[in-house]
Design a protein around this ligand. Structure first.
Ligand code: ADP
Length: 253
């Protein structure tokens, strides 16, 4: 791990909402090729960290560097354009649209053509074809067959897989996943574990928020632990789970 390149560097990161110090001075880095998991009790600031890293929220203070360039407070589409895609804790798909359309829409963020051009301009047909091909490839990769089903007819776990496919279709180098196992049944969670490993084998670095400690121990190369907006521990699964600070945070002593 020592020789691995740092892909993401977070320094002194703060995000306050009025008097609420959701993130209160966090330093951590993500190494290229890792599955890095953020854990911590409810309300410890995990989702807020991902929201700031992906440009959804601006930082109150601190710096974020991606592959050595500062990206603090860049707009979300620019961050996706640099190769960092994400999924949300609350699924953000278009329920009335088909699976394939949902996955294709994710890529328009990254493409030069906008949706109207795609629909009306002959010149972008080739780009459209490529977008469809990438969407089909991403869905095949996550093992999804129902391309033309409306998203509203899918189970919660299936919708989560479509969200991952949508992020994957943007061909990311880094993926932020906010509780991807939430709402999944045990079989779907096992599928997710395999998928996380396969994406990682493709070379995708993953920063994951997860509550399911069984899943965490199966996939995590490295863990950062938050509590009350601060980092209280970091290390491998073994190091973190035997850290008295972590045990105290979870038991609330
Ligand atoms: P976690 O993901 O670890 O459960 P969050 O990042 O969601 O924690 O929340 C951390 C703290 O920030 C909580 O106290 C939460 O209520 C607060 N918070 C999160 N988002 C907002 C917001 N948009 N406005 C005000 N407070 C927020």
């Amino acid at each position: 791990r020592q020789e691995q390149e740092v892909i993401f560097q977070v320094s002194g990161l703060k995000k306050h909402f009025g008097g609420v110090k959701a993130v209160d001075g966090i330093d951590f880095h993500v190494k290229k090729g890792d599955i890095h998991v953020l854990i911590g009790p409810n309300g410890s600031g995990k989702t807020t960290v991902i929201n700031v890293l992906s440009g959804i929220y601006s930082a109150t203070a601190g710096q974020i560097a991606y592959r050595g360039s500062e990206i603090t407070n860049l707009k979300p589409h620019l961050i996706v354009g640099m190769g960092a895609a994400r999924t949300f804790q609350n699924i953000r798909l278009f329920p009335e649209l088909s699976v394939i359309d949902n996955v294709m829409i994710g890529q328009h963020v990254r493409s030069k053509a906008n949706l109207l051009n795609i629909l009306f301009n002959f010149k972008v047909r080739e780009e459209e074809r490529q977008i469809r091909a990438r969407a089909e490839e991403a869905l095949a990769f996550v093992g999804f067959e129902y391309f033309f089903e409306k998203v509203k007819n899918l189970s919660y776990g299936q919708q989560r897989m479509v969200e991952i496919a949508r992020a994957l279709a943007t061909e990311p180098e880094l993926l932020f996943l906010d509780e991807p196992a939430a709402g999944m049944n045990p079989e779907e969670t096992q599928e997710l574990v395999k998928l996380l490993k396969r994406m990682n084998e493709l070379g995708i670095t993953i920063l994951l928020i997860e509550h399911d400690m069984h899943l965490v121990t199966e996939v995590a190369d490295y863990i950062t632990v938050l509590d009350f907006g601060k980092k209280i521990s970091e290390g491998t699964v073994g190091q973190v789970l035997s850290d008295p600070e972590v045990i105290r945070a979870y038991l609330g002593e």
